[in-house]
Design a protein around this ligand. Structure first.
Ligand SMILES: *[C@@H]1O[C@H](CO)[C@@H](O)[C@H](O)[C@H]1NC(C)=O
Ligand SMILES: *[C@@H]1O[C@H](CO)[C@@H](O)[C@H](O)[C@H]1NC(C)=O
Ligand SMILES: *[C@@H]1O[C@H](CO)[C@@H](O)[C@H](O)[C@H]1NC(C)=O
Ligand SMILES: *[C@@H]1O[C@H](CO)[C@@H](O)[C@H](O)[C@H]1NC(C)=O
Ligand SMILES: *[C@@H]1O[C@H](CO)[C@@H](O)[C@H](O)[C@H]1NC(C)=O
Ligand SMILES: *[C@@H]1O[C@H](CO)[C@@H](O)[C@H](O)[C@H]1NC(C)=O
Ligand SMILES: *[C@@H]1O[C@H](CO)[C@@H](O)[C@H](O)[C@H]1NC(C)=O
Length: 453
C-alpha cells in the first residue's frame, strides 16, 4: 500500500457500518498489515480502488466480568494471518437492527469515499479509521457502585483506548501517529469535546487536531448521579438483581456481580427508559466543561467546528402558547432548565409575530415571514426550535471557537447552509444533513447534479 501521511478518525460509530454485507472484495490483491498483536489481511475493493481492514478488535471483549468496566487493552498476540474482511458486531443499542453484540469493540482502517479521495487528489493523503464504542447503558450505566469501582463513562474510555490503538498500530497501515485528526458529528462531536476536557485537558498525545460537526460540550447533559437512581433501580428489579446489594448483609459488589451475570438478551429486554449520559466522575471528567473552560483546563489543538443553519432542535408536542412552550422546556431533554432560565430565554427570543420587525427569523431561516406557521405544528414551533437549536448545537460552535482562538489555536468555523435536493423548505437545513456531503455520492443521496442530462 502506498504511504499515507495523515489520518482521520470518525467517532460517530454508525452510518458506514451499516453496509457491511454489501462489500465485495477481492482476495487477489488483498492488503496485509502487521499490527502489534499480529498480521491482518484486509480487502481490496477494485471498483473503488480502496483498501479496507474491517472488524479488528482493539480491546478485550467487554463481556462477563468486564461488562461496564473500562476497556482492557489487548494483551495477547496471534500467529499466522487473520482476516479483517467484515465489520464486527455493532454495539448494543435500541432502534437500529444492525447485528448487535456486547462483544463489539472493533476498529476499521480504510480509505472511505469522498474525503479520502479528495485528500489523495490533493497530494496530501489521509487514511480513515472508524471504531465502535459502547452506547447507552452498556457504555454509560451510572450508579454509585459503578462510580465507586471506577467504571463510569466506559464508552468514552473505549474511544480513548481506540485512539491508543491508533497510536500503536496505524503506522502498519501507512498512517502517521503524530498526525491524527479526530472527526465526529453529533454524538461523535460531543464525544470529542469530552475527550478535549478529559483529565482536565491532559495531553496524552492521542490526536493533534479536531473536527466537531454539529456537537460540542453542550448537548449531552451531565446529570448528577442521583438523577439515574430510579432507572437503575428499575433495571436491577427487571433482571432480578434488586435484592443483592440493597440489604445490609449484601455488599454493593454483589449487586454488580449479579448484573454482570445477566445474559445479554435479558439485559437488552430490561431497557431502562432513560438516556445514559457521561457523569462527572472525578477522574476522566473532573468537572463540568463550563468550569474547566474557566480554569483553562482543556486540550489545546487546532479546531474545525460548525453547525447547520437551522439544526431544528424543536420540542416534542404542540405548543401554541407561551405557557405551553414554557412547560415543554421544563421537561426537555432532561436538561433541568429552571423556571428563571426559561423565562430569560423567552425574553431573549421574543414571540415576534410582526413580519416587518422580524430581523432574524427563527428556523427555518429561509422562510423570513415570522408569522408563517409551519404546517402541522404549534404556533410556537419556530420559537422553540430557535432556542433549542442554539442551546444544543449552535452555542457550542461559537463557545469552542472563542475558547480555542483565545488559546492561540487555529480555528475554522463554518455554517452549513445546503438543504438536500429533495428536502422541503419547511424542514430547513436540519441536523445531520451535512453528513452526506462529507462522503462521495455513492447512494445518490446528493440528488441530481447540475450536469445530469
Ligand atoms: C486507497 O488506499 C490505497 C492503499 O494506500 C491506495 O492505493 C488507493 O489509491 C487509495 N484509494 C483512494 C480512492 O484513495
Ligand atoms: C496487543 O495490541 C495492543 C494494542 O495495540 C497492545 O497494547 C499490546 O501491547 C499488544 N500485546 C501483544 C502481546 O501483542
Ligand atoms: C490478559 O488480561 C486478562 C485480564 O484482563 C487476564 O485474565 C489474562 O490472563 C491476560 N492474558 C495474558 C496473556 O496476559
Ligand atoms: C429489531 O428486531 C427486533 C427483534 O427481532 C424487533 O422486535 C424490533 O422491532 C426490530 N427493530 C427495528 C427497528 O427494526
Ligand atoms: C421505573 O419504573 C416505574 C414503574 O414501572 C416507572 O413508573 C418509572 O417511570 C420508571 N423510572 C424510570 C426512571 O425509568
Ligand atoms: C406572513 O404570513 C402570514 C400568515 O401566513 C400572512 O397572513 C401574511 O400575509 C404574510 N406576510 C407577508 C408579508 O407575506
Ligand atoms: C449523485 O448520484 C446520482 C445517482 O448515481 C446521480 O444521478 C447524480 O448526478 C449524483 N449527484 C451529484 C451531485 O453528483
Amino acid at each position: 500500500m502506498s504511504l499515507l501521511s495523515g489520518k482521520l478518525l470518525r467517532l460517530l460509530g454508525l452510518g458506514l457500518l451499516a453496509s457491511a454485507s454489501a462489500i465485495e472484495g477481492s482476495h487477489q490483491s488483498a492488503p496485509t498489515a502487521q499490527t502489534l498483536n499480529g498480521t491482518y489481511e484486509g480487502l481490496h475493493l477494485p471498483d473503488w480502488d480502496q483498501d479496507a481492514f474491517l472488524g479488528m478488535p482493539f480491546a478485550q471483549p467487554p463481556v462477563g466480568p468486564l461488562r461496564w468496566r473500562w476497556p482492557q487493552s489487548l494483551n495477547a498476540s496471534f500467529e499466522g494471518v487473520r482476516g479483517a474482511t467484515a465489520y464486527g458486531h455493532s454495539c448494543m443499542q435500541y432502534g437500529s437492527n444492525f447485528s448487535l453484540s456486547e462483544d463489539c469493540l472493533t476498529i476499521n482502517v480504510y480509505n472511505l469515499s469522498g474525503i479520502v479521495k479528495v485528500s489523495q487528489d490533493m497530494g496530501r493523503p489521509i487514511v480513515a479509521v472508524s471504531m465502535n464504542y459502547r452506547l447507552g447503558m452498556w457504555g454509560f450505566l451510572q450508579s454509585p457502585q459503578i462510580l465507586a469501582e471506577g467504571s463510569s463513562n466506559a464508552g468514552l474510555l473505549d474511544q480513548r483506548l481506540s485512539l491508543r490503538w491508533v497510536q500503536e498500530n496505524i503506522g502498519a497501515f501507512g498512517g502517521d501517529p503524530a498526525r491524527v485528526t479526530v472527526w465526529g458529528e453529533s454524538a461523535g462531536a460531543q464525544s470529542i469535546a469530552y475527550q478535549m476536557f478529559a483529565y482536565g485537558g491532559r495531553d496524552d498525545g492521542l490526536f493533534r487536531s479536531a473536527i466537531l460537526e454539529s456537537g460540542g460540550p453542550t448537548g449531552a447533559q451531565a446529570e448528577p448521579l442521583s438523577w439515574y437512581g430510579g432507572a437503575f433501580e428499575n433495571l436491577t428489579r427487571a433482571v432480578g438483581c434488586f435484592g443483592n446489594g440493597n440489604s445490609a448483609s449484601a455488599s454493593a459488589k454483589d449487586q454488580l456481580a449479579c448484573l454482570r451475570s445477566v445474559d445479554q438478551a435479558s439485559l437488552f429486554a430490561a431497557h431502562p427508559s432513560v438516556v445514559w449520559n457521561p457523569l462527572l466522575d472525578g477522574d476522566f471528567l473532573p468537572a463540568y466543561p463550563s468550569q474547566l473552560m474557566r480554569e483553562g483546563k482543556f486540550l489545546r489543538v487546532p479546531l474545525l467546528t460548525g453547525a447547520n443553519t437551522d439544526e431544528t432542535f424543536s420540542l416534542p408536542g404542540v405548543q401554541d402558547t407561551e405557557e405551553e412552550l414554557f412547560d415543554a422546556f421544563l421537561g426537555w431533554r432532561s436538561y433541568a432548565l429552571t423556571p428563571p432560565t426559561i423565562r430569560r430565554l423567552l425574553a431573549l427570543y421574543p414571540d415576534d409575530d410582526d413580519p416587518s420587525s422580524c430581523q432574524a427569523p427563527p428556523p427555518p431561516r429561509a422562510i423570513t415571514n415570522c408569522s408563517t406557521p409551519r404546517p402541522g405544528v404549534g404556533r410556537q414551533w419556530r420559537r422553540g426550535a430557535a432556542i433549542g437549536s442554539d442551546l444544543v448545537m449552535i452555542a457550542q460552535r461559537r463557545r469552542m471557537a472563542e475558547l480555542l482562538t483565545a488559546a492561540k489555536q487555529k480555528v475554522y468555523s463554518y455554517r452549513f447552509d445546503q438543504r438536500p435536493w429533495d428536502g422541503p423548505e419547511w424542514d430547513g437545513v436540519k441536523h445531520f444533513q451535512n453528513v452526506a456531503f462529507s462522503f462521495q455520492n455513492i447512494s445518490g443521496r446528493l440528488g441530481p447534479s447540475a450536469y445530469d442530462g
